[in-house]
Design a protein around this ligand. Structure first.
Ligand code: SF4
Length: 330
């Protein structure tokens, strides 16, 4: 059995300083990913710093209309918060589609952002995996890659899909990640936070060493918008997305004034479909235009041996949400 030191942090500064003292220290939030990976021996920290007690558990409306979420707000708290349900419906829906009630009660906002991939070769601890053991290869590329592997943003080094639902909704809404580190505080645009695998798949996010996520601030909701999250998966609960879409739509009669689309299950990071949005802006809300936008979202997709179906499934996830939000136009 592996033994760990445990410290309950009393301030962000103390947590950061404990991290800086020992490279084998990690922050502990809800633990729903970390403890799994420690038990599997994929992560081997020798010190965990519990950051639950730092008071980062508030959801606040800012004077400019944005919503600031403390890093330790649980997925359950966030999904059921009145402001999130009314103004960011797609985020509430995305959260409630993830995991199980018990896991959502423990999982935190920052932990969800930081969750690791579900690639079976990453988690088995023995297969070639560039993310776990840099330079060892990628067993998924020539192996079984049907469900938790991507068709967008992949590289010759790694094709694992990003597992979060919450992050897909946040990518569509637009958000800022506030972090604190040894050199002070800074903001990271949500779309820049998760990194493409490229030639360094072990680098998953834009955090510098020892930085701590303190808040995520959502952009103000678009006036007159409606939104939805649709998750397509092998079974109806406790399952990761094969393909999902988060869509925000603002209509002016039957003309699309604004559209925001992000995809899950198909990309190596929460995937904003900006070309699809561009095709929708100012266009009539029609089935033909929705299909064109969905096709544009997958331009450049690279299917692998078992996941080619994700291109069509992901397009359907977009079209279905657009049809629903626009009242089922012909
Ligand atoms: Fe590892 Fe990524 Fe390949 Fe999976 S897809 S085996 S995580 S390198």
């Amino acid at each position: 059995m592996r033994t760990l030191d445990y410290t309950r942090a009393t301030s962000p500064e103390q947590a950061i300083s404990l991290m800086a003292r020992n490279p084998a220290t990690v922050y502990l939030a809800g633990g729903t990913t970390l403890l799994d990976l420690v038990k599997l021996d994929i992560m081997q920290p020798d010190h965990v710093v519990d950051v639950h007690t730092l008071g980062l558990n508030q959801i606040e409306t800012l004077s400019d209309g944005r919503t600031r979420i403390g890093a330790m707000v649980t997925n359950t708290q966030l999904a059921h918060h009145p402001r999130i349900k009314s103004d960011y419906a797609l985020l509430s829906q995305a959260l409630l589609s993830g995991a199980t009630t018990q896991l959502r009660n423990k999982a935190t906002t920052a932990g969800n952002v930081m969750q690791r991939v579900r690639c079976n070769y990453f988690r088995d601890g023995v297969s070639a995996c560039n993310k776990r053991t840099p330079g060892s290869g990628c067993a998924a590329i020539g192996g079984h890659n049907r469900s938790v592997h991507a068709v967008l943003g992949t590289s010759e080094q790694c094709i694992a899909s990003h597992p979060s639902d919450m992050c897909v909704a946040m990518a569509a809404i637009g958000a800022t990640v506030q972090v604190q580190g040894p050199s002070g505080k800074r903001d990271i645009d949500f779309l820049d936070f998760h990194l493409l695998p490229g030639s360094t798949p072990w680098k998953e996010h834009a955090l510098e060493p020892n930085e701590l996520i303190t808040h995520i601030t959502l952009n103000a909701p678009l006036a007159g918008s409606r939104s939805a999250y649709l998750k397509l998966r092998d079974r109806a609960s406790y399952q990761f997305a094969l393909a999902s879409s988060a869509v925000i739509l603002v209509l002016d009669g039957q003309v699309i004034r604004e559209a925001r689309i992000a995809l899950g299950g198909v990309g190596t990071k929460p995937w904003r479909a900006e070309e699809a949005e561009r095709l929708l802006r100012g266009a009539p809300a029609s089935a033909d235009r929705f299909a064109k936008a969905a096709a544009a979202a997958f331009k450049g997709a690279v299917p692998y041996a078992h996941n080619g179906y994700k291109v069509a499934l992901g397009q359907q996830a977009i079209v279905h949400n657009l049809m629903t939000l626009s009242g089922g136009v012909a």
